[in-house]
Ligand binder design. Structure first.
Ligand SMILES: [Zn+2]
Length: 273
């Protein structure tokens, strides 16, 4: 019975819900939430975070983040993130963590520099995080939460269009793997692999060396071995595994071609206000 209602719900979902094609991989993503609504909620969550988390005044790291952010944002086609008003913020937290939100809001925690040693590696993390947004993983996570709150997919579909507004800041944060509720895995293994795939093409297009993306996964792996996954939310939401490393190695010839073909020239250094 449970199976049957799940099937009916899935059919309704396919008929009624928004369906969009994920860039690069071409997967069809199902969404019960409106993109504009997701952007609005995400910006509110980001503002909340800026108000409650100390922002780093490390000049060199801030300059590095703005420099890399400037190049990566130009590698993301406009149509993949039409609502983006890009902002890159460095939080003064020892956690190994980074995230990107709908609306082009990117947060990096100082602790990330334990596993990131150059611009290329930082670009690979930011590219991966942006890919979680452009691949609609956030919309999917929010859709699931909405369905849970409204009693299943059909309930969620009934709220289509307006429903996303029912979700509070905590639900939004947890869709990104942030906040107290988000310490568990926000993205499953397939979503991680999809974000790696799209992310490595962003970094390559921005002119960074995609080989450095593999090194970040290796550093993550070493960090997990030494301190255990439970000590950092990033390590638990983005676990490294041989499958992810292998996928990046398989994509390397294509990524190197993308870098050669599309490489965006480095803009003049960004002036930090
Ligand atoms: Zn991820």
């Amino acid at each position: 019975m449970k199976m049957l209602s799940a099937c009916i719900a899935a059919t309704f979902a396919a008929l009624l819900a928004g369906c969009s094609e994920v860039p690069v991989t071409g997967r069809h993503a199902l969404s019960l939430v409106d993109d504009k609504e997701v952007t609005k909620m995400s910006i509110a969550a980001f503002d909340d975070m800026k108000a409650h988390t100390r922002i780093s005044n490390d000049k060199a790291r801030n300059e590095q983040l703005q420099r890399v952010g400037e190049r990566i944002q130009h590698a993301v086609p406009y149509w993949q993130m039409p609502d983006a008003d890009w902002e890159f913020v460095l939080f003064d937290s020892p956690d190994i963590n980074a995230f990107a939100m709908a609306g082009g809001k990117v947060g990096v925690f100082m602790g990330l520099f334990k596993i990131v040693e150059n611009d290329d590696q930082l670009a690979s993390v930011i590219g991966h995080e942006i890919a979680h947004v452009t691949a609609k993983h956030i919309n999917e996570n929010l859709s699931q939460q909405l369905a849970m709150q409204t009693g299943g997919l059909i309930g969620g579909i009934a709220m289509l269009g307006t429903g996303a507004g029912l979700l509070g800041t905590e639900a939004v944060m947890s869709a990104y793997g942030l906040g107290a509720a988000g310490a568990g895995a926000a993205f499953d293994r397939n979503k991680e692999k999809e974000a790696d795939h799209i992310g490595i093409m962003y970094m390559a297009k921005a002119g960074y060396d995609p080989e450095e993306g593999v090194k970040v996964l290796e550093h993550l792996d070493e960090e997990m071995q030494s301190q255990g996954a439970s000590t950092s939310s990033f390590l638990s939401t983005h676990p490294s595994n041989p499958e992810r490393i292998q996928q990046l190695r398989d994509l390397m010839p294509e990524a190197l071609k993308v870098r050669e073909r599309n490489s965006i020239a480095a803009p003049p250094p960004t002036i930090i206000k």
